[in-house]
Design a protein around this ligand. Structure first.
Ligand SMILES: [Zn+2]
Length: 251
């Protein structure tokens, strides 16, 4: 196993360079291993010397997970972190199997969805939570469906100034993890809980009171996170004259 160490060091440097230039797709795969160490042997380091609770390496695993365990999954932005995901799959990149920078906290569903996905082009590189911070601008947009009951759809709207590559990556990420559907499910649940509240508010105090409520809730959601389903939903509801005057009574 010691013979693999120089290759691991090189792989670490390649990974960091690729992360900053968004060129993960150019990192050569080492499925069959290096030197006299097989890919299977390299991967076993993760299962047997890091994830296994009886080994010293477990402390590193626990530290990585503990830093994010109560936070939201960075892939979907909705569910709780439960595990660590190999950003570049260990089956194709066994040299990266125990590299902390390749171990990303995630929920179980995103971990399963992503599975062994490998980018083949720059636009397919999923958002890496250690390198990609895109929450300084609003990019998640909600749209009100003027239906009975009210519906909300979600989409990516790249801000002016985003590079084309980033826009493509965010849309690919959004699609890969089925984020639109997840957001719509959360929105439907929230609106269902507020059906009586909005009905009574509108009938008692009218349209202006509905707008005032939406503004306050939107500010609170955006203070927490600009691109959450809640921020996008309340922004869409506030901008909808139809919702504020009619829709709010037929949720
Ligand atoms: Zn997730």
């Amino acid at each position: 196993m010691a013979g693999a160490i120089p290759f691991v060091v090189t792989a670490d440097a390649e990974y960091r360079a690729a992360a900053t230039s968004c060129s993960f797709q150019d990192i050569p795969q080492t499925t069959d291993g290096v030197a006299s160490v097989t890919g299977s042997e390299l991967r076993s380091n993760y299962a047997n010397r890091m994830r296994d609770k009886r080994t010293p390496g477990r402390a590193i695993y626990d530290q990585l997970r503990a830093e994010h365990i109560s936070t939201t999954c960075p892939y979907c932005g909705l569910r709780r972190v439960k595990t660590l995901d190999h950003f570049l799959p260990q089956v194709d990149y066994p040299l990266l199997s125990v590299m902390p920078i390749n171990l990303v906290p995630s929920c179980m569903i995103c971990n399963g969805t992503k599975d062994t996905i490998c980018p083949t082009a720059a636009e397919e590189v999923l958002l890496h939570p250690y390198y990609d911070d895109i929450d300084s601008q609003i990019w998640l947009i909600g749209e009100v469906l003027e239906t009975n009951p009210v519906g909300i759809t979600f989409r990516v709207s790249p801000p002016a100034g985003w590079p084309e590559l980033l826009s493509q990556r965010v849309m690919n990420h959004f699609e890969t993890f089925g984020i639109a559907e997840l957001c719509s499910d959360n929105a439907a649940n929230e609106l269902g809980n507020l059906r009586v509240y909005f009905f009574d508010l509108f009938n008692a105090l009218g349209e202006d009171a509905v707008r005032d409520h939406l503004k306050r809730i939107l500010a609170s959601y955006r203070d927490n996170r600009r691109n959450s389903w809640g921020s996008a939903m309340y922004a869409a509801l506030l901008e909808s004259d139809w919702f504020c005057s009619i829709g709010c009574t037929q949720i």
